[in-house]
Ligand binder design. Structure first.
Ligand code: ZN
Length: 274
């Protein structure tokens, strides 16, 4: 069933499990991701960046995810990842997304609270769930002076905004797939003790397997994996397309790439459901 991420995260929190969130980069992979999760009976959050949402079209994507969800036995949410503009959030909600993230992590604390409150109001009006971010998740390379989230700030932020889930900075980075990050589980533990809503792991690809499980134990119930899925698809595509003839059917070429992505998805699911 198509739903918001709220019931998925509430159930995961009660069971001490994680819900994986996978990044869609093209329409082709929507049924692939849904079927991969359904085959192992795992509820799933499918998410997109603003750029991908604009590339596909908000309402086209939402209608396809809704349609695909009807055929699955597990619950599926469609989430807009890292929106920094309220206009993009409204566009996603109008298009039928069941969940959005407002990322005001680069703003001052007060500006982040004030914009997040506006996003919360918009999400509530559309009966969608909402994630926000406090503290920065790095991108690409490891940063020296990492802006870790202060546990007391996280508690105040959650109390003042009423968001459903919070992304926090504990040393993870987006886009990493070769090196692994040294994350601060001690800081996560303090945040978990200060905050009673599900926390979100961003940059999951760059986190060691054993650390991912520890993150789930320490309150991270939404775990984002994007880069590794993309890498598995593209790596297979380089090989398959290099050997292909121009008149080979695209379908057969893509089936192989989709299969490689399915394997990665199921490995990530095993990691967060234990
Ligand atoms: Zn992220």
């Amino acid at each position: 069933m198509y739903c918001t991420m709220k019931p998925l995260l509430a159930q995961a929190m009660a069971d001490g499990q994680g819900v994986p969130a996978f990044n869609i980069h093209a329409l082709e992979v929507v049924p692939v991701m849904a079927k991969a999760a359904d085959a192992v009976k795992c509820p799933v959050i499918l998410q997109v960046s603003v750029s991908t949402a604009k590339y596909i079209g908000y309402s086209l994507l939402a209608s396809i995810v809704k349609k695909v969800s009807e055929d699955m036995t597990v619950d599926i949410a469609l989430h807009l990842d890292h929106a920094t503009s309220l206009e993009d959030i409204q566009e996603a909600l109008n298009g039928g997304f069941s969940s959005v993230m407002y990322d005001g992590s680069k703003l001052t604390f007060e500006e982040n609270v004030s914009n997040t409150l506006k996003a919360v109001e918009m999400a509530r009006a559309a009966e969608a769930s909402i994630e926000a971010e406090l503290g920065i998740v790095g991108r690409g390379k490891i940063i020296e002076t990492y802006p870790y989230t202060e546990p007391a700030d996280a508690a105040e932020f959650v109390r003042r905004t009423g968001v459903d889930a919070l992304a926090v900075g504990i040393g993870t980075h987006h886009g990493m797939y070769q090196a692994k990050t040294n994350i601060r589980l001690d800081i996560l533990k303090e945040i978990h003790e200060a905050v009673d809503i599900p926390l979100v792991l961003h940059g999951g690809t760059g986190v060691r397997d054993e650390d991912v499980r520890e993150c789930v134990r320490l309150g991270m119930h939404k775990l984002n994996f994007g880069t590794e899925l993309n890498v598995s698809w593209v790596r297979k595509a380089k090989d398959v397309f290099a050997k292909a003839e121009p008149d080979d059917t695209m379908r057969n070429l893509m089936i192989e790439c989709n299969r490689a992505m399915t394997e990665t998805i199921q490995k990530k699911i095993q990691l967060v459901r234990f």
